[in-house]
Design a protein around this ligand. Structure first.
Ligand code: DP6
Length: 328
């Protein structure tokens, strides 16, 4: 029994940061993202009765037991559902660098959840796969769907939480220009960083109160295809998330000098040249510019000429996760 699935990365406009339930990995705030065409993980899951444990290989590297823990937990959940005891070999490939600051965990857990269910004989079900992926990494729940996607906030104990599609990719031809400023692995993963923010930041409570309001503005802006409204609310979301993390003790600070330069480039194009372009950032130093297709090339050019920017990618709305090979 063997199945292969593909899923794309996503970038959030309304950021998920903080958990209502750390055991079930349930977000404390709603998040809204865009799935990105071409930034893909392809994952094959093959059942093998001769194996004594799951074997997980990502981009040619066999993961150690601690590294494979979350993927094995996902496989355990699928096995429980399928009433199987058979271990699996998992081969996963990203077509974008792991350390490029584009979350490969989102596309990775999304592709794994689709391929694993199919390999264990369960029917294709994006909502079920989104739930499964959420436990692995909550941002991955959104990569099950194409285009504009929401993962609502959840309640402790509510393991049914899954993402839902808001609009297909064709709804709005936005572009996200990614300025890569550092290719080293990030300083601190999202999971421990969220926990440190919750445990010690005086601004965490303010973030929890404010984030749903920003998500509402972002939902409305996407519905109306209003770039100004989307851009201002998205900047506010990432800045409030970073501010809460920055105020933690010890402080969590993801910006590199080149990130600050890139943020200035974006602001100056907007304020001095009147181009509707807005920034967002995740738990890392890369800067992503949100813009319309007609401005993407000029923005990419300016970002690639910005001090410290290593390279630039132009991305666009992408499709839902899918099966590319199912067991015959
Ligand atoms: C800043 O989904 O990586 O990218 O659920 O603990 O695995 P876990 O966290 P993860 O966090 C992503 C955080 C973010 C914002 C976002 O994508 O919404």
């Amino acid at each position: 029994m063997r199945a292969t699935a593909v899923a794309c990365a996503n970038i959030a406009f309304a950021k998920y940061w903080g958990k209502a339930d750390p055991w079930l990995n349930i977000p404390a705030v709603p998040s809204i993202s865009l799935t990105l065409r071409g930034l893909e993980t392809v994952t094959t899951v093959e059942l093998n009765p001769a194996l004594e444990c799951d074997e997980i290989t990502i981009d040619g590297e066999l993961l150690s037991p601690p590294e494979s823990k979350r993927a094995v937990e996902l496989l355990d959940a699928v096995r429980a559902c399928a009433q199987s005891r058979c271990f699996a070999k998992v081969l996963s490939r990203n077509n974008f660098p792991k350390a490029s600051g584009l979350a490969s965990s989102a596309s990775g857990f999304a592709a794994l959840s689709v391929a694993a269910r199919a390999a264990y004989g369960l029917p294709f079900d994006p909502v079920e796969s989104s739930r499964l992926a959420r436990r692995g990494s909550a941002s991955a729940a959104r990569s099950l769907f194409g285009g504009y996607v929401e993962l609502p906030q959840g309640l402790p104990g509510d393991d049914s939480l899954a993402a839902r599609p808001l609009y297909p990719p064709e709804h709005w031809e936005l572009r996200l220009v990614v300025a890569i400023v550092c290719e080293q692995p990030k300083k601190m993963g999202s999971r421990p960083a969220m926990e440190q923010t919750r445990a010690s930041s005086p601004y965490y409570a303010a973030w929890l109160e404010h984030a749903p309001k920003l998500a509402q503005r972002i939902r409305e802006a996407i519905a109306k295809r209003d770039i100004e409204a989307l851009g201002h609310a998205s900047e506010a979301s990432f800045q409030a998330m970073h501010a809460a993390a920055w105020a933690a003790e010890p402080s969590i600070f993801y910006l590199e000098p080149a990130s600050v330069e890139a943020l200035h480039t974006i602001r100056s194009m907007r304020e001095k040249e009147g181009i509707p372009v807005f920034a967002t950032m995740d738990a890392g130093p890369q800067v992503k510019a949100i813009c319309l297709p007609e401005h993407a090339e000029a923005i990419a050019q300016r970002l690639s000429n910005t001090k410290g920017v290593l390279r630039v990618l132009i991305t666009q709305p992408g499709p839902a996760a899918s099966l590319i090979e199912s067991p015959s």
